[in-house]
Design a protein around this ligand. Structure first.
Ligand code: NAG
Ligand code: NAG
Ligand code: NAG
Length: 198
């Protein structure tokens, strides 16, 4: 038991201390689908590349365990550190809701990628509900997925549009570039939604 939590802490320590340190989302963050969230980060100050060397990186939406991470979508590509300091993102619908989602920052401008991860944060269901955040001593991981917007289903009964959620990532800070990224639809989730609608 003690060994397990030490191993988990170790994994988190190594992944939490890479080149950028996300300031949103953090562990207490609760985001609701179809709302605009702002992703922010600061220089980690310890691990290179430092942001003042303008590293270029991708930001991805992730789920899964530390050992088996699953990338659910690309939020932004070719973000230049020290030029762009935040991203606006339309939060997708997910299943299940809960504190099982995180972000990955991955450099793309050097032979060996450098990674940074946010801690796991909560995405609610479309109504804003989610299971309570577990105490910090409990490691909570799960393999979530992106699902089509469920509002269509409520409005039209069993009809399902082949929804393809999109995320918009707009760079902030003066004169910065605008970025858009499309989100992968997780086809396997559609079956579950159909069942709920019946
Ligand atoms: C990066 O940040 C440093 C420190 O804030 C600043 O001096 C430098 O001009 C910045 N470089 C670019 C390319 O924005
Ligand atoms: C990112 O930048 C690289 C290098 O400039 C370029 O080859 C690639 O096409 C860019 N990717 C996107 C999605 O813009
Ligand atoms: C998590 O789900 C993805 C599909 O969304 C699947 O490819 C992957 O194998 C799953 N991982 C685990 C550990 O179940």
């Amino acid at each position: 038991m003690k060994f397990t939590s030490l191993a988990v802490l170790g994994a988190f320590a190594s992944i939490a201390s890479a080149f950028v340190s996300p300031t949103a989302p953090i562990g207490e963050t609760i985001w609701k689908p179809n709302t605009q969230a702002t992703i922010t980060w600061v220089d980690d100050g310890k691990i290179e590349p430092f942001l003042n060397t303008t590293p270029v990186f991708d930001v991805s939406f992730m789920t899964g365990s530390n050992m088996k991470m699953t990338k659910l979508s690309t939020i932004a590509t070719n973000v230049t550190g020290n030029v762009t300091w935040s991203l606006n993102w339309i939060v997708p619908n997910v299943s299940p809701p809960g504190q099982i989602y995180f972000l990955q920052f991955e450099t793309v401008d050097r032979p060996t990628p450098v990674y940074a991860w946010s801690t796991r944060f909560t995405i609610t269901d479309a109504q804003g509900s989610a299971p309570p955040i577990p105490p910090p001593s409990i490691t909570f991981s799960g393999n979530g997925s992106i699902i089509p917007t469920p509002t269509n289903i409520a409005a039209t009964g069993a009809s399902i549009s082949n929804a393809n959620p999109t995320a918009t990532a707009a760079a902030s800070k003066s004169g910065a570039v605008s970025l858009t990224a499309s989100v992968l639809t997780v086809a396997s989730a559609i079956g579950a939604v159909v069942m709920m609608a019946l």
